[in-house]
Ligand binder design. Sequence first.
Ligand code: FE
Length: 342
Amino acid sequence: MKVNQSYSLLGAIVISGVMGLTPLLASADEVNVYSYRKPKLIDPMFAEFTKQTGIKVNSVFAKKGMIERLQSEGVNSPADLVFTVDIGRLSDIKNAGLTQSISSKRFSNDIPDHYRDPKGHWFGLTTRARIIVASTERVKPGEIMSYEDLADPKWKGRICTRSGKHPYMVALTASMIAHHGEAGAKTWLAGLKNNLARKPQGNDRAQVKAIKEGECDVAVINHYYMAKMLKDPEQVPWAQSVNVIFPNQSGRGTHMNVSGMALTKHAPNKADAIKLMEFLASDQGQKMYVKKNGEYPVKAGIPWNDLQKSWGKFKEDNLSLAVIADNRATAIRMADQVGYNN
Ligand code: FE
């Protein structure tokens, strides 16, 4: 008995060792994806890609710890591609030295310059607008039109936002730094902080709920949460209690962010991974991606969904996300300096 047990233990070790190497050996027909995006969002696109090319896509979903995992796996990492949301997370992965630069005509044709890394380390695939929502009952149309308005003392005690250090708020502050300089952005953020109805808390949807419940009149959220709330019976009344405002339409346009992808530094299946990246930037990939998640396509000419059509066309801020990435550290410090979350 004892001997058998130790044999089977040894067998298990050998098998797991071989399995760990499998992705490196089988480099012909598969791509391995580490994803912060939920499988239901991305799996249908991967399935279509496999159908067309015969290249299998294996995806691992993680809620956090992608950087640590890639770092600890090092050159032996099976990961070819990473999928995530927000310029903050994309640039963190790049800055940790975990990505590699690629150039592809496809990307330069399909993805606008400001939605991809100038050196080709990350690429936006879908965009999200950081919109203002305002109570249909307590805020008149036209009363609030810009991010700058959020700092107007007339809104004192009437605005709700999530944490000033959440990546979505950090990117917005980083864009304000780019447009107004550090001092100007700090004055703005302190003004916004002064207008908060409550200590920053909850996610974007929780701010809309607070408007519905009368706790505040104005909030800042990513646009796709409107679609998500309208699909959830409990949240429909929250969504219906607000008007959607695309800020800064008479000036630079609305602050945008992306979900995106990056090729890992040690990608064992580089050629196939680039094929998958190109598929996702193609008309078909873009159509499938935005249909699933309510975000906007990065590529021009892809049809919008009905809700997006109902809001109409809007002007996007063309500020490069690379500039926003560079201003993030200052933006996080600024949130502390003005005591945003206190
Ligand atoms: Fe989100």
